[in-house]
Design a protein around this ligand. Structure first.
Ligand code: GLU
Length: 304
């Protein structure tokens, strides 16, 4: 258990749509883990992928968080204001010989790949590792990886081990469209904000070894990690805007919070659903049990 005043956590939604039940679980889990240990809890708006941002979604998410009774510390950090920091980190990696320009098109990457990557894509074969082919220009920037095991003990899911070279391949830090990749942005910002505990959905479990490797390359400390089970629909798809998870309505905040607590394995009393938002938080802060969180990466919820 982390002691008081050494805990700083965060919730980092992407403004690609309104807050839905899937993201509420990460918000509730990260919030209670922080607050029940006297820790700070920050909100970071992950609007780095400007092509996917939905106008108005960031404000709507913050409004919903407020209506649901979440109180965050300090100002919200917007990744769209952080491009200089990402560029600087990439430049450091480039100068250290760790990042390199890659000219491969999508088709070339697919044609040269010999194995799948852990997260469903293809592991990059390393074509441009030794230098750009003659006459070709860099489209994207990639981080060199090796095949040493990267292991960490997730507080919910247990021990995770990956060999980045065979499981992922050299991965993208800056995309061909010029945007910085999530992996780089999240590592630079977790360090910048002094995050000590990351509590988020298990859909990001397979990304964590890449983030730990990046932290090592940049000389950053590695925070603790806890990956909560994610809510999926009956066919196993994560609840997200893509699977049309409905937006959370502020007038059913107490009931939705109770549902999220139940999803996280908490022994919620039957009548808590009729309580006020403040009463639900009061109960949750008093009774939160991290140990009760199901140690599974995904749980199907019926009405998805
Ligand atoms: N922005 C990511 C998402 O909404 C979460 C990133 C993180 O917590 O590291 O899925």
């Amino acid at each position: 258990m982390v002691s008081n005043n050494t805990y700083r956590g965060r919730f980092a939604p992407s403004p690609t749509g309104p807050l839905h039940f899937g993201s509420l679980i990460a918000a509730v889990g990260s919030y209670l883990d922080a607050r029940t240990q006297g820790g700070e809890w920050l909100v970071r708006m992950e609007d780095v992928d400007t092509a996917r941002n939905v106008p108005g979604a960031a404000d709507a998410i913050l409004q919903t968080l407020g209506d649901f009774g979440f109180e965050w510390d300090g100002a919200v950090l917007y990744q769209s204001s952080r491009f200089e920091a990402y560029a600087e980190a990439l430049e450091r990696l480039r100068r250290a010989g760790l990042a390199y320009g890659c000219a491969c098109s999508r088709k070339e990457i697919a044609d040269s790949a010999t194995r799948p990557a852990v997260d469903g894509g293809l592991a990059y074969a390393g074509t441009c590792r030794a230098g750009l082919p003659d006459g070709r220009e860099a489209r994207a920037w990639r981080l060199r990886v090796d095949d040493e095991a990267i292991a960490f003990d997730d507080r919910v899911q247990g021990r995770v081990v990956q060999h980045l070279e065979s499981d992922v391949g050299d991965f993208v830090l800056r995309r061909a469209d010029g945007l910085f990749a999530y992996q780089l942005a999240v590592v630079v910002d977790d360090d910048f904000q002094g995050i000590l505990q990351v509590v988020r959905g298990a859909d990001l479990l397979a990304s964590t070894p890449r983030q730990i490797w990046l932290q090592q390359c940049l000389g950053f400390a590695t925070p603790g990690y806890a990956h909560l089970p994610v809510a999926t629909n009956a066919v196993g798809e994560k609840l997200s805007k893509q699977t049309l998870a409905r937006a959370l309505a502020s007038d059913s905040a107490a009931a939705e919070l109770v549902r999220a607590l139940g999803f996280l394995g908490q022994a919620v009393p039957a009548d808590l659903g009729r309580a006020t938002v403040a009463e639900v938080w009061g109960w949750a802060r008093e009774n939160w049990s991290f140990a009760a969180i199901p140690r599974r990466p995904a749980i199907i919820i019926p009405q998805a």
